[in-house]
Design a protein around this ligand. Sequence first.
Ligand SMILES: C[S@@+](CC[C@H](N)C(=O)[O-])C[C@H]1O[C@@H](n2cnc3c(N)ncnc32)[C@H](O)[C@@H]1O
Length: 497
Amino acid sequence: MDSSASASPSAAAAADADRYTYSPRLRWQPEVEEYFAAAYGRERFARISEALAHPSCYSCIRVNTLKSSADAVMHKLMNLVDQNGICGGINDLEIGQLNGVEQEHEGSSLVHKCPYSGLENVLFVQGSGPHALHYDSQPDQSIKEVIVSRKCAESVLRGAQVYVPGVLACSSHVEKGDKVAVSVAIEQPAENGGWTVGITRGTVLQGLQSDAHYEERKGLYIGQGITAMSRSGIFRVPHGVAVAMTERVYKLPSFNDVLEGEIFLQNLPSVVAARVLDPQPGERILDMCAAPGGKTTAIAILMKDQGEIVALDRSHNKVMDILKLAAELDLNCIKAYKLDALKSVRKTNEAKNIGMAGNCATVTLAEDPEPCAKVDAEITDTSEDSSTSVVQTDNKRPDDKRYVSKADLRKNLRQMRNGPGRNNCSGGRVENSKGFLPNSFDRVLLDAPCSALGLRPRLFAGEETLESLGNHAKYQGRMFDQAVKLVRPGGVIVYST
Ligand SMILES: C[S@@+](CC[C@H](N)C(=O)[O-])C[C@H]1O[C@@H](n2cnc3c(N)ncnc32)[C@H](O)[C@@H]1O
């Protein structure tokens, strides 16, 4: 490289070996680091912190047992590994090293059944890493490079390709088909006491020490790949693969479009949460923070798609995600609604006023000619208390767009008695819910939103302060109060985070 041109070849090689490695150090707010070091012990927290910056070396797959069996899927996955190497191009030699012996069939050694009782629907597919990589360069030429965002790098470490929006900077003169080293730009302390990435998208790299964040990227190389477009293309087109990874620090299975509808990639603790809830066919279940629906669909499958799962999320688009996933897995017992879980207990006097027998007053009716998303926006924008503004109509002006007539409410009630009909399918629509009566669910899953500090790999943890961590706990506590009210006496609540 230019920067080491004046050094001896062996010194330059040593500097390169040091530079082109993956040895990230997770950054925390100093107060948070101190807090955890005191809580866990300094050494243990250092180990936790180091482990968080690396991905898990296996993928966990939940089988949709309504469509297939664990044995059948295991067989198919083994064949796929043998035929296509879904494990990101692990070659025979590495497979042999991974298992200590030369393997004739990769699949049988890489796909395993979960050994824990009650989790017979779970399979593990083994990946490998970290691998020490050799980054190629032409004699007398600097290595061509691409710098990606942290989020992009976290996905690449889990097996994804580099997509266009994730690229921050690129060497000059990169053409389609060039081999590039891929590194990641991570937030650094800023002068104002905050954090900054400090690279403007489109920055040109010269392979010099004067390049953007040259020093800081030492030890942050996640692999090597072939560019799928030129430098100008990467910064011109809105989407698509920018770099197809050929060598990775971590080789993990990629399940893009593999056995769609038959399998779902899910972390083991999430599978366990649904299992512990132990839902029974025919029951009424509430999943309070449900998107994108991983646990909701696990629950539906455990219930053999019989009964009712009410899946809530406060985000319109995320409710759409739940509906899409349910459709993909062919599950019909899931009803997803947009609702702030902090307001999921319906006020009982309101229910009496409108003679509600059930619990769900969907604001948007099947016959409503306006897309629900529009109604959502109106409600969210105009009222702090979005869940109550719609039905308390008596004091509303007739021209108020949020006004819902008694006829509408009666229609709504009829609809509830008769079932959701076509309105239950996604079709781009999302229904609002008014909340639910106390004691009205057999089981409640509260998978509360959290700091996500335990999600691996995590390359930066500086955004959380002690105050924000404390606030998560308060928010979670308020949700738990709602869950307690909604479960029937003798019912079950599972709290997971
Ligand atoms: C941990 S994720 C849930 C993951 C989900 N249970 C699964 O297994 O796929 C937390 C979810 O809570 C939602 N959320 C956050 N605050 C909420 C609130 N007040 N009411 C409803 N949903 C909320 C977020 O939109 C996010 O989708």
